[in-house]
Unconditional design. Sequence first.
Length: 750
Amino acid sequence: MTLRSSSQTMPNLPPILATKLFLPAIRPGHVPRPRLVTRLNEGCALTLIAAPPGFGKSALIAEWQGSTRRPAPIAWLALDPDDNDPARFLTYVCNAVGHLEPGLGAKALAHLQATPPPPFGLVLTVLLTELEALAQPAVLVLDDYHVIEARPIHESLAILVDHLPPALRLVVTSRADPPLPLARWRVRGRLTEIRADDLRFTGEEAAEYLRQAAGQRLSPDEVTLLEQRTEGWIAGLQLAALSLQGQPNPGAFVADFSGSNRYVLDYLTEEILQRQPAEVVSFLLRTAPLERMCAPLCEALMSVGSASLDSQASLDPAAERGETLAPLAGAQAILEHLERHNLFVVALDGERRWYRYHHLFAEVLRNRLRRRHRAVVADLHRRASAWLEDNGSIGEAIQHALAAFDHERAASLVSAHGMDTFLRGQATRLASWLEQIPPAARCAHPPLNLLRALTYMAHSHYAEVEPCLQELEAALPGKPAWDTPGLRAEIGALRAAAQAFLLDPHALTSAQQALQRLPDDHLLRPILLMGLGNAQYASGELHGARDTLQRTLAGLPADDRFLSWRMGLRVTLVFVLLAQGRLREASRVADETAQLAEAVPMLPGAALLQAQLGVIAYERGDLAAAEARLTACLALARSNDGNTAELYARSWLAALRQAQGDASRALDEMERAEALARQHQPTPATLSSLAGRRVYLWLQQGNLAAVADWAATEEAQDGKAALTPFDTHRLARARVLIAQQAYAQAGDLA
């Protein structure tokens, strides 16, 4: 299989699980907590509800939603580990805020359909612009934020809080403090915090809860003792109330109740499970690996384990006590039984089709399953993977295959569906899957290494592309069915594109050869042509670069799917025009591109465009406009890890500070640019360019001693080679020689 794409349309955004946007309802027996609802009503821009599991964080939001004192409508997003992919995260955020007002978030969602997908931070900018238009106060809740580990999401959320529109408030629930600038927001009065100590049941609240859950069977002293033993931990009280059902001596149970939360949880869960019918326990254990479940999915797991467990009775401690995975009744009936008896299931939709287990309960069930029925765990994951694949949930199917350590199945699924995931802008998610597939399985499915190379390209890790391609080429001799001209052409295309972005001197020849082998309608052709234009530009073939870029732009279909390609090509064209000295034409193209960016500000290249507009303003002598544009570039680049854009902007900010007469700040900006370059494996051309710019600053400042020291360490350059836009190092040497009145030598260099 190759990555060729002809007439088929690009896939839309990933299907939305509406259950993630479904705010949990207030459960029967809920104890009102007006003191905390008041805290929420009075909250700042960000309200952080941080506490260990089982403290009622989500239940508090549900009560707030149903409160007549609630000041604004609430949008809800329940996060899970898959949401660490920035594109997936933002897709769900846009859909969540769409519940606040019709059409809200629609522009950002539309921009996410561009090909290739736009940077995460730029989509955030569009979303912020849309949120500014909110007609009334509103709240966005991000539930279970502790599952988010991706740094770009944390950084972008910090930007969101810093620029939150006045009408919108953000509420984040988490088991731990997220890596956000909480101290700064605390000092600035932008943070409201609700912690575990706030969430603990008071004596009165505990008494009210136990009165509803356990009736009048407990005396006031027993209620107080139980509240003290649980320290107001809501989940502990809930488990205690469930265990009290059917106890012949409640007072003795309360008196014997002790231990830390973890041991209490284990003890009470044991009590609950022992009181359930065998078929219910079997159902709970079989479905424990599922993150979400519906009756048909549960049915697919019903027959797992019976025979294997019977054959291991002597080895399984559970079997000695008579615990086996018994035959099950209908899954839907058992799900309804679990919900009806408050056995830690949460309905995820209004139709009661999809459920999940309470997180703590799921963890206990999974631990029990691994400890007592380890042999069936992989089979359960495989069955779940097969059902989810058949029903179109490919991402979850891959996750279960990986959990089963069925690397062959996972490799097959990723090989078949990985390109769709990549085209939907979920390169981070795809990279995570690929990292979990061992090299041997990757070698058995050669396209996986091509997908790995694509994910590295998407994250601007161009130096990592070549090792992937070499691993792929090494595997092909033993896989003749895969070794096709099409796959070889794709390898050449990605190699040439990576070389071009790395300013490799062989990139021009490689790109030209790759284009001859790559079909005109191939998915990789636009990025290869962009690479060709960049290679021509870097080698000094400015007319050829201009022609390549303009022809590629003219040949792109008038389709919104190609807006990102159009943006990138136009930004590259502006660089070429500036290098040619065509300031007026560069300004025209940049202004036209700015109109495109204004209409669709999420497109890749928007940060570099701001820097280019700043350079054009600088060349025209409008220093105020130049500073505004270069600063805007830095803001966009930070939110998108735009190292190239930030490096370019800072090098020109150095020139700007010098023009403003601030020599110290000019050198500070150069030092920042050089430090940034060192952090990201700079190419020789980048280092040469920065060195040349620093020398130019020294010359402007009259620091001839520093210039002389630098010149003394440099070797002579070949003055016969044509100058290129990246020859600032050689130009710097020429300037040094002129300053030293060595005019003949300077002429040889220039």
